[in-house]
Design a protein around this ligand. Sequence first.
Ligand SMILES: [Zn+2]
Length: 462
Amino acid sequence: MDPSDTVAVVAGKFTARAIRFMGAGLGSNLPGKLARRFAPTVLTKLSEQAKSGVIAVTGTNGKSTTSGLLSSILRAAGLELVHNKQGANLVAGITASLVESASWSGKLSADYCLFETDEAALPLIAKEVKLSQVVVTNLFRDQLDRFGELDTTAKLISKGILENKTLAILNADDPNVSQLVPDCPRMFFGVESIKGREEKPAATTDGMGPNSMELSYCAQCGSETAYTLVFYGQLGHWSCTKCDFKRPVPRIKASDVEVGPTGSTFVLTIDDRQGDAVVPLPGMFNVYNALAAAASAASLGVTIETIRQGLKNYQTLFGRSERISIAGKSVLIQLIKNPAGASQAISAVAADPSARILVAINDNLADGRDISWLWDADFEQLAGHAKKLVVSGQRAEDMAVRMKYAGVDQENIHAESKLDKALDQALDLVQSGETLWILPTYTCLLEMQKILKARGVSLAGT
Ligand SMILES: [Zn+2]
């Protein structure tokens, strides 16, 4: 380390302490910004101290949970990690997490650095850090006001991977992902089968599935893709309708998947080895997150037994399928931020017969100012929901309208814009044996964290 790097680390650590002392919020980027001001190479200097390499996890949905699952697996393997687990996933936030983990003299002790990385930040990170692998979870249309077209995001991710022709660990079932970087070393993960569901003759995505189903296209000839099996969104067993392009054969697979309201089971296959796996998280989307983490770990040489153990041991992250108890009532919190993720959360709610529902929508900058995505999320899965539900947040009224159009009886929709009141009203509705599912946007989640803290309930990572 040059003297300037050491000064940078000291300045960053000092700032981080000052911020904590003043009680400022989660995941501040300031220590990272300041350290980079003192020494622009600080990220490079710190990350290259990781003994075995640097892993980046990116994609539209599931970055945090996939990183968390991977962290649980690597720890089960006895490895030491530096992980930006507070979700500060831009360059400054990632730098801050390294600065915090380093000693005051700038020494970092870790086998791996694990970076949950924003899609747009990946090419910037790849310029400064020699990545050993990039895991891409999925590519859905996200907050349009931030990134523009899906194509732009795909190009940014490709650019980050191509920088050093890094190993890409890709979702075989997502045509937007599995067609990325054909000239780089690639490893695929995917879902083989769901218990009780059979492959059907290939049909195009047109008019299929819920309204969150997204069109996708062949990267080779531009024709639409067709499916024999759709799991959700554009994820499934796909092939091009015109040329011979199709879903690559995954090396890491989940078969006989059974999705339950609190967790899923499946047969995990890694090359020629197999074993039963359990993921203590609801929804099909978390099966994919588990597979992405398993694929990453397998590529590092972690055994299938340790991977299964790590998945089973997983402790939930702040606001990601987090289960807590409030006043003796069971509560599950799942952050929602875009149509694909929200549709998956809603399908997990719809599959739970004991579910009570509180949806909280804000439209602050961190939530995305444009809430038209609510109309693309598949709330129709709640059509005919026969129990009273609560909608809240700055856009409670809009959410009430959305629920009505989704087919929920108006009498069963209760709007209360104040989140603390809404929480009490929702909790009052919860009967014995029922679970309250809270689906908040990001700033509603932060507000919920404050409300719960004041009541002596703490969420993960806080
Ligand atoms: Zn084609």
